[in-house]
Design a protein around this ligand. Structure first.
Ligand SMILES: [Cu+2]
Length: 112
């Protein structure tokens, strides 16, 4: 009896895990269209929300977009980009323009 319920729990856990994994694949359904020139930014990671595919960054002014320095959420084109990030890290990032979502991060790397 005990063994059977453990087996069931394992099977259910497997099902919910694979469901979560496939749901995590698509943050942004439309592939970002690369702008004529890469738009680069610099900043500090404030918060990471892997589930939502968001990263909150205190970024410096981005001259190419005429954006002043601010702290804001960015969507990433792929959740994998968030895998090795930590809050407090200094980073550089590249923005691509998604036709639906707007500017999304297509590359992000820590700076030493
Ligand atoms: Cu901003």
């Amino acid at each position: 009896m005990f063994k059977r319920s453990v087996m069931l729990a394992v099977v259910l856990a497997g099902v919910s895990l694979s469901f979560t994994a496939s749901a995590a694949e698509s943050v942004v359904t439309n592939k970002p269209v690369a702008p004529a020139a890469d738009i680069q930014g610099k900043g500090i990671v404030k918060k990471i929300d892997s589930a939502a595919g968001n990263v909150n960054i205190a970024h410096e002014a981005i001259a190419a977009l005429q954006w002043p320095a601010m702290t804001m959420d960015f969507k990433v084109s792929d959740r994998k980009l968030l895998a090795n990030l930590q809050a407090g890290q200094s980073i550089v990032f590249v923005l691509g323009k998604d036709p639906v979502v707007g500017y999304v991060i297509t590359r992000i790397e820590p700076v030493k």
